[in-house]
Design a protein around this ligand. Structure first.
Ligand SMILES: [Zn+2]
Length: 96
């Protein structure tokens, strides 16, 4: 059984994990074949991408709690003063 090993197009280092990137420009040019790059040589591209799924750095539960509080206070602010709604919501998000 043949084993195909992908290596970085730039350094061709067998020990480095690589990813395949889809690269295109606004004028319609697309990299074909798509570049296979290690973390070091993909850094310029990674700078524009959101964090990888493998990185558990997203505080999802922490975000949900303040959102509920903000929504509740938002409703209260709506009854009290419709014009001050936006300002009050912003200040609460900064706090909470
Ligand atoms: Zn490389």
């Amino acid at each position: 059984m043949d084993k195909v090993v992908k290596v970085c197009d730039v350094c061709e280092d067998l020990t480095r994990p690589v990813q395949i990137y889809t690269v295109g420009s606004a004028d319609g040019r697309v990299a074909d074949p798509p570049p296979t790059l290690c973390a070091e040589h993909a850094a310029p591209l990674e700078a524009f991408l959101p964090q990888a799924q493998s990185a558990p750095a997203k505080p999802t539960p922490a975000r949900k709690a303040p959102a509920k509080k903000a929504a509740a206070k938002k409703a209260a602010a709506k009854k009290a003063a419709p014009r001050g709604k936006a300002r009050r919501t912003l200040s609460l998000e900064e706090i909470g």
